[in-house]
Design a protein around this ligand. Structure first.
Ligand code: AMP
Ligand code: MG
Length: 347
């Protein structure tokens, strides 16, 4: 029997604010997920309303360009033109494609923005998710080479016919960065933007303290946070094997694919949260770290400035990179902070 389960928000916000401060919020469904914007402001309400409207419009625009599942989008045009021609991309979205290719190179393809053909085969997150035939996976793998993506400076060309871009692992972060830019430009100093679990905290809380972001046990739907992280002007993105999955013949298949095999990644991690100034980077890296596994992920993160991560393992141990440890609190005694080396082979 197939079962489908989707944890919409693996990370939740624990906020508080002074009564004098007004909180204006909006929730929108875009990019296949729930997007929420919370503005904390002393300015007149009309100002916050205008900012929320601009944010909503930007999300709609991003959806029109980046959706892999709508009837029409720029991304779908690029996919349709694979093997034939390059497709122009708006200048304000082009940097997303560049960043996606940067992380593809940096991770040797563990983060792979042309995994779309394989993602469509599994269809995880949709009614007809099923385990594909092995030969179909093998066949689709031929069209997932990230080196066959050509960026011309204004356009994107997929060199092989049938290649499919899927920016699902980075677009939520890009959207969070875009909304952060809009909010900051409007002079709003305190805000929280949540694009399907990729969270950007703008500034500090209105009371001058850090925001507390709660991380749930990804295995417990709508459970209480088990870990909290105190952050300011920072983004956090979580990737986990329990976010989207289905079960078939007693086996659980989740939505993060190992591009080397075309099958969902298997390792002892159940979730990884990446903290960065850039939500785009946090999003790409949380997916990449999940694919790479703990040891390689730690090496990758060490090469990237101002990037921290928290890993939750299937034995409930929790490891964090050095810069994060002081900002983390374990709230549930079933979880324990472990030495960073615990999950490194041979240590
Ligand atoms: P995230 O929830 O940010 O970890 O992204 C997962 C989504 O990214 C999946 O639903 C797929 O659309 C896509 N995806 C799956 N595996 C990969 C991968 N190895 N590299 C890049 N994108 C992926
Ligand atoms: Mg991601």
């Amino acid at each position: 029997m197939k079962k489908y389960c989707f944890f919409l928000l693996p990370v939740l916000l624990l906020a508080s604010c002074k009564p004098a401060v007004r909180k204006e919020s909006r929730t929108v469904f875009a990019l296949g997920t729930v997007c929420s914007i919370q503005l904390f402001t002393e300015k007149p309400q009309s100002k916050a309303d205008t900012v929320l409207q601009i944010c909503t419009r930007r999300l709609e625009e991003l959806e029109r360009h980046l959706s892999a599942n709508a009837e029409i989008s720029t991304l779908i045009d690029i996919n349709k033109a694979s093997g034939v021609s390059a497709v122009n991309v708006p200048a304000d979205i082009y940097p997303l494609f560049e960043r996606a290719m940067f992380f593809a190179e940096k991770t040797d393809g563990a983060f792979n923005p042309v995994i779309g053909g394989i993602v469509k085969l599994w269809n995880i997150g949709f009614e007809n998710a099923r385990k594909p035939e092995d030969r179909d996976i093998r066949d689709a793998l031929f069209r997932t080479g990230y080196k066959d993506v050509q960026l011309t400076g204004t356009a994107v060309f997929l060199k092989k016919a049938g290649m499919k871009l899927d920016l699902g692992a980075i677009a939520k972060g890009f959207a969070a960065d875009e909304l952060t830019r809009i909010v900051r430009q409007a002079g709003i100093a305190h805000a929280v933007i949540d694009i399907g679990g990729t969270i950007s905290a703008v500034g500090k809380r209105p009371d001058g303290k850090r925001w507390n972001i709660g991380i749930r046990d990804p295995r417990v739907q709508q459970g209480q946070p088990v870990i909290s992280a105190a952050i300011e002007s920072c983004s956090i993105s979580t990737s986990g094997s329990y976010e989207r999955y289905f079960e078939q013949d007693g086996v659980r298949y989740h939505h993060i694919i190992d591009p080397a095999t075309g099958y969902p990644v298997r390792n002892n991690m159940i979730a990884v949260s990446v903290f960065s100034d850039s939500a785009t980077d946090a999003d790409a890296l949380s997916t990449a770290c999940f694919v790479l596994g703990y040891e390689k992920a730690v090496k990758l993160l060490a090469e990237l400035p101002d990037t921290e991560a928290l890993f939750i393992f299937d034995d409930n141990s929790v490891c964090t990179t050095a810069g994060l440890a002081q900002h983390i609190k374990v709230l549930d005694s079933a979880f324990r902070l472990a030495d960073m080396n615990k999950h490194i082979t041979g240590k």
